[in-house]
Design a protein around this ligand. Structure first.
Ligand SMILES: *Cc1c(COP(=O)(O)O)cnc(C)c1O
Length: 381
């Protein structure tokens, strides 16, 4: 079965007891047993819940994985992966990971004896140089936030394998519709399902997918032990969202391409970061490892900090908000919003300039989006 069909059907057979076409919300914490230890596969809803099972099976299928596990948030999923390591282990991570991931690694997990080296993952030599005898995990995000930089998944998977470590890719920005890292050599895929997979900005969730049974067993044990599990209603909302993932990603892509073309020809926009543009330095890599370029764009405007702030507060249709991947377009100013916590010098050194604007291009009418951006940019000149 092809992707769009799997999104609608895998794990979602008609309910065996009632025939309900849509997977019911099994809003129960526990399950009545016929005799001690004699049950229908479910004992307690932290351990397992039928609505969650449906979502786990569906997401596993979309990532071309044998196994899938769902969590109460993307950070819950990320924490669960890292909890499979031991004190003394070392992790190599790309340097422009999601802010919450950076915070978890640097501020929380270092207290438990894990160590982290952050590298520019575009540069394979620096990934290689960071690997040590104690490196157990390589953590990548591709494309990244907010600069839409890519990491070469097959090349980094080969480096990881040489060192006997595992590669985990946070695939939130691409979604499984556009990129399946397990097919490219990764061992684990993590998602914030809050973004494109849920797709409606109405539910927080996370997921981990793998083909490796040893990893799956370790993760499932920790999912149950640590308890960052999603409730059945959240799973149901996510399942409802995922049915239209293919359709939505197609429209995100059409809109993002049109918006990127509009922005690059605008006189007050100095740079546009979008992997779909031929001038993106990693356009060829994007074509090789992705099936499309997604709905995220960032761009720089003239006027620095002031210019950036003015434009993001001037859009009318496009909401000023953190977050991404929903039906509605969102705009943000990383220097004063998502990346405010990073010291200014370091932030600029990483390429997050004062005039940089991040745009999650939604699935509204293309012309309406361009019109709104046109009137917002007019504030600059
Ligand atoms: C949002 C996000 C996360 C964290 O997910 P939550 O669901 O907010 O916990 C992790 N990685 C990326 C790339 C994200 O965009």
């Amino acid at each position: 079965m092809k992707f769009a069909t799997r999104a609608i059907h895998v794990g979602q057979e008609a309910d065996p007891t009632t025939g309900a076409t849509i997977v019911p919300i099994y809003q129960t914490s526990t399950y009545t047993q016929e005799a001690i230890g004699q049950h229908k596969g479910y004992e307690y809803s932290r351990t397992g819940n039928p609505t969650r099972t449906a979502l786990e099976q569906c997401l596993a299928s979309l990532e071309e994985a044998r196994f899938g596990l769902c969590f109460s948030s993307g950070m819950g999923a990320t924490t669960t992966v890292l909890m499979c390591l031991k004190a003394g282990d070392h992790v190599v991570a790309s340097d422009d990971v999601y802010g919450g991931t950076y915070r978890l690694f640097q501020k929380v997990l270092t207290e438990f004896g894990l160590s982290f080296t952050f590298v520019d993952a575009r540069d394979l030599a620096s990934v290689k140089a960071a690997m040590t005898d104690r490196t157990k995990l390589v953590w990548l995000e591709t494309p990244t936030n907010p600069l839409l930089r890519l990491a070469d998944i097959p090349a980094i998977a080969a480096i990881t394998r040489q060192h006997g470590a595992s590669l985990c890719v946070d695939n939130t920005f691409a979604s499984p519709y556009l990129q399946t890292p397990l097919d490219l050599g990764a061992d684990l895929v993590v998602h914030s399902t809050t973004k494109y997979i849920g797709g409606h900005s109405d539910v927080v969730g996370g997921a981990i997918m793998t083909n490796d049974e040893t990893w799956h067993t370790a993760l499932k044990f920790r999912q149950n032990s640590m308890g960052a599990t999603p409730g059945p209603f959240d799973c149901w909302l996510t399942l409802r969202g995922v049915k239209t993932l293919a359709l939505r990603m197609k429209q995100h892509e059409i809109n993002a391409n049109a918006v990127a073309q509009f922005l690059r020809s605008h006189p007050l926009v100095t740079v546009v970061h979008y992997p779909g543009l031929a001038e993106h330095p990693q356009h060829e890599l994007a074509k090789r490892q992705m099936r499309g370029f997604g709905g995220m764009i960032s761009f720089e405007v003239v006027g620095g900090l002031d210019g950036g702030k003015q434009v993001v507060t001037r859009t009318e249709l496009v909401a000023l908000a953190e977050g991404l991947g929903g039906a509605e377009s969102l705009i943000g100013h990383p220097a004063t919003m998502t990346h405010l916590a990073i010291p200014a010098d370091e932030r600029r050194a990483r390429g997050v300039t004062d005039g940089l604007i991040r745009l999650s291009v939604g699935i509204e009418d293309t012309e309406d989006l361009i019109e709104d951006l046109r009137q917002a940019l007019a504030v600059l000149g």
